[in-house]
Ligand binder design. Structure first.
Ligand code: ATP
Ligand code: MG
Length: 613
C-alpha cells in the first residue's frame, strides 16, 4: 500500500488549539498531527514529523560529511565511573542536575546520556595514540535525555530529544581552532539549507566548560534566550555572556560620610525616590549562598551599582573559579533567608540595609556554612568614589561612603569583576557609538572549544611529533535536531498553519482533487501525482472523500509548500497551483505542471540562499 496517500497517513488534525500548548509552533505541531505528548517533556514523533526530522538529519549529515567528520553511534547508557572521573557526576545528578540515572542489577550506577564528552574521551584514550591519527571529528545523531527542571514548549525543551553532537580531537590548539571554524561554516550552511534565519552569538560555556563558544540562534519572539546585538552587526552575544560599556555614574556631590535615616526604605527605588539619589550613586549588596556537591555552603556578599542588574551566569562562573579544591560542582546560588540564618544558629541581619562592610563576624558559629564571606563586586560598583549604601543597621544608610573607609583592610575589599548584565541600549565595547539591541532567540546549535579539560581528566593522551605524551585538544559541536524542527515552524507559519521551507517539509507537493468522487478529477489527480513522483518530487495525494474545504484546510495546517488542486477545470485539463507561502494561486494546463514546478522546487530545495553573518 502506498503510504503517500492522505487516507493511509494516520493524519489526525485538530481544529482547536490544544490547551497544553502555549506557543504557536507547539500548537501547530499538535494540531497538524505531527506530535503527541506522552508525558511531561516526552513526545511521540508521528509519521509526518519523522519525515521532517529525517530531512533535517540528512542535511546535517551531508554538511558534516563534507567537512570530513565521521558518523558514529555511541551508547546512551553511560557508567557513572566515567562521569566521576571527569568530576561531573555529582553536578549532573544532585541538586538541579539533569541526568537521569539508575542502578543496574549488579547495583552499578548508570546515567542516561545528556551529552557524550565522557564516553567519547574514553574512546579517544583507547583509539588515538599518535599525532598521525589527528585531527579527527566524530559525530552522531541520537536521542539525548535530560531531566529538565522546566520542560516546556513541546519539542523546544523536551526531556528526551534528538541531537547531533560531534567531538573533535587535535594535536594542538591551532588545529582545534581550524575545525571549530569549519564547524561554524558548516552550521551556517545547515541552518540556511533548512530555511532558517539564524544568527551566531558569543555564548557562555556553562557546565560543559572550555574556552570559546558560540551559539546559533533562530530569532523568534518565543525564544527563551535574550540576545544582544550591535546595529553594525559586529557584535552579537547571549545576554548570559554579553559585555557592554556601563552608563557613567552621576557623581555624589557631598563628600563626607554620614548616617542617613531611611526608615522603611529597603529597596533602591524607595531609597532614591525618598532622597533624590540617582540609582548609579548607590551600591546594593546581595547576600547569597552557594551550594556545592561536596564542599561546605559558601555565603556570598555581592556588591553591585544600584542601577545595575546581576548576571547570574557570570556570578556562577566567578564562584566556580573561586571554589575551594574538592568542593565539587556548584549546585545552586540562592538568596539567604532569615529562616536559614536561624537554622544555622546565626543572628538575624538588617535585610534591606546591608552594605559591603558587613563583617564576617556575623557568620561566626555557623553550623554548616563557611564562616567567611566570599566578597565579590561588579567593577562599576568598585569604581565609585563616593556612594550611598546600607549601614548594616536597621533603617539607616550611609551617604558619602567610600571603599577605603568601609573596608580599610584591603583583604576585605571585594574582587572587582564583570558581574553585571548587559542591557539593551547599553553602549558597545567595540564602538561606543553603537548600542546594543535586544532580540529573542531559540538556541538551535552550540559549538565549543573545550581545550584539554576532558582529556586531562580521563587521561586521553597521544604521542606528539616530538615524541612526548600530551593530552588531546578537544572541541564539541551540538545541534538540537528536534528543537530545530519546531523552531522552523516558529519562524514559518501564518494564521492558517505551518509554511514549511521546501527543504524540510514532510512533502513538497500535495495533490488535492476537489471532489474525489468525480472520476475525471480523481483520475487526473492520480495521473499528476504519479507524474510528480516519477519526476523525483516528494508528492502526497489527498485521496479522501472529504469536502474540498476540509482538505484545503488540512493542507494549509500541515503546511505542504505547494498544492495542486484538481477541480471542475479538470474536464478541460486545467488545474490550479497554489503556493502555501502567501497563498499565491496560478491556473495552468495540467500538462504544464512539471515544467512550471520543477525549476522552482529545485531552487527551493537549496533553502535560503543567503544567510546573515
Ligand atoms: P539550553 O541552554 O537551551 O538548555 P544547552 O545549552 O544546555 O541548551 P547544549 O548542551 O548546548 O544545550 O546542547 C546542544 C543543543 O541541543 C542545543 O543547542 C539545543 O539546540 C539542543 N537542546 C538542548 N537541550 C534541549 C532540550 N531539552 N530539548 C530539545 N533540544 C535541546
Ligand atoms: Mg548550549
Amino acid at each position: 500500500m502506498d503510504a503517500m496517500r492522505v487516507s493511509r497517513l494516520l493524519l489526525v488534525t485538530l481544529r482547536d488549539d490544544p490547551s497544553e500548548a502555549e506557543i504557536v509552533s507547539h500548537k501547530l505541531l499538535l494540531r497538524g498531527g505531527y506530535i503527541r505528548r506522552i508525558s511531561s517533556g516526552i513526545y511521540a514523533y508521528l509519521p509526518l514529523l519523522w519525515r521532517v526530522l529525517q530531512k533535517i538529519e540528512s542535511i546535517v549529515r551531508d554538511e558534516m560529511n563534507a567537512t570530513g567528520a565521521l558518523e558514529t553511534l555511541l551508547p546512551q547508557l553511560q557508567p557513572a565511573e566515567l562521569w566521576q572521573r571527569s568530576g561531573r557526576w555529582d553536578g549532573y545528578t544532585a541538586g538541579e542536575g539533569i541526568m537521569f540515572h539508575l542502578d543496574d542489577r549488579q547495583g552499578r550506577e548508570l546515567g542516561l546520556g545528556p551529552t557524550h564528552e565522557e564516553v567519547i574521551t574514553a574512546l579517544a584514550a583507547d583509539l588515538l595514540r599518535s599525532y598521525r591519527q589527528l585531527p579527527v571529528n566524530l559525530y552522531q545523531i541520537q536521542t539525548k535525555f535530560r531531566d529538565e527542571i522546566r520542560p516546556r514548549f513541546g519539542l523546544m525543551r523536551g526531556r528526551e530529544f534528538i541531537m547531533k553532537d560531534a567531538y573533535s580531537f587535535h594535536a594542538d590548539e591551532a588545529s582545534l581552532r581550524e575545525t571549530y571554524g569549519a564547524m561554524d561554516q558548516a552550521y551556517r550552511r545547515i541552518f540556511a539549507r533548512c530555511g532558517l534565519r539564524a544568527v551566531a552569538v558569543e555564548a557562555d560555556s556553562g557546565a560543559i566548560g572550555g574556552s570559546a563558544s558560540q551559539e546559533f540562534m533562530v530569532t523568534a519572539e518565543a525564544g527563551e534566550d535574550l540576545i544582544l546585538t550591535s546595529s553594525d552587526g559586529r557584535y552579537a552575544a547571549n545576554q548570559e555572556r554579553a559585555v557592554s560599556l556601563p552608563s557613567a555614574a552621576i557623581p555624589l556631590q557631598d563628600g563626607s560620610c554620614r548616617d542617613l535615616a531611611t526608615p522603611g526604605q529597603r529597596s533602591i527605588e524607595e531609597l532614591c525616590s525618598a532622597h533624590g539619589f540617582d540609582p548609579s550613586q548607590t551600591v546594593k549588596v546581595l547576600l547569597l549562598l552557594a551550594r556545592f556537591a561536596n564542599g561546605q555552603p559558601q555565603p556570598l556578599l555581592v556588591s553591585l551599582r544600584g542601577d545595575q542588574q546581576l548576571n547570574e551566569v557570570k556570578l556562577a562562573n566567578a564562584v566556580t573559579a573561586r571554589a575551594e579544591a574538592g568542593a565539587g560542582a556548584l549546585l545552586e546560588i540562592a538568596p539567604i533567608t532569615p529562616e536559614q540564618l536561624k537554622a544555622e544558629g546565626l543572628a538575624d541581619l538588617a535585610f534591606g540595609y546591608l552594605g559591603p562592610q558587613l563583617s564576617d563576624a556575623v557568620l561566626q558559629g555557623a553550623k554548616t556554612w563557611q564562616q567567611r564571606f566570599l566578597r565579590l563586586a561588579d567593577g562599576t560598583a568598585l569604581e565609585l568614589e563616593r556612594f550611598v549604601c546600607g549601614a548594616t543597621r536597621p533603617d539607616t544608610h550611609l551617604q558619602g561612603a567610600s571603599w577605603e573607609a568601609l573596608c580599610p583592610n584591603a583583604s576585605l575589599r571585594p574582587a572587582g569583576l564583570d558581574l553585571r548584565s548587559a542591557q539593551p541600549g547599553d553602549r558597545c565595547v567595540h564602538d561606543p557609538d553603537q548600542h546594543l539591541e535586544a532580540a529573542r532567540g531559540i538556541e538551535v546549535g552550540h559549538i565549543f572549544q573545550l581545550g584539554r579539560k576532558y582529556s586531562e581528566a580521563l587521561e586521553a593522551t597521544f604521542t606528539s611529533e616530538a615524541g612526548s605524551d600530551e593530552p588531546l585538544w578537544m572541541g564539541c559541536y551540538g545541534i538540537g535536531v528536534s528543537r530545530l524542527a519546531q523552531a522552523a515552524v516558529e519562524q514559518h507559519h501564518d494564521g492558517h498553519g505551518i509554511c514549511w521551507p521546501v527543504s524540510i517539509a514532510p512533502f513538497e507537493v500535495i495533490v488535492v482533487p476537489a471532489n474525489a468522487d468525480e472520476p475525471v478529477q480523481s483520475q487526473l489527480a492520480e495521473e499528476l501525482y504519479t507524474g510528480l513522483r516519477q519526476a523525483g518530487i516528494d508528492a502526497l495525494l489527498d485521496d479522501r472523500s472529504e469536502r474540498a474545504g476540509v482538505k484545503f484546510k488540512d493542507a494549509d495546517l500541515i503546511g505542504i509548500p505547494w498544492r495542486v488542486v484538481v477541480g471542475r477545470g479538470a474536464i478541460e485539463g486545467r488545474i490550479e497551483l497554489v503556493r502555501r507561502q502567501g497563498s499565491v494561486k496560478q491556473e495552468l494546463a495540467a500538462s504544464a505542471l512539471l515544467g512550471t514546478l520543477l525549476p522552482t522546487l529545485q531552487q527551493e530545495r537549496l533553502g535560503l540562499l543567503e544567510q546573515p553573518a
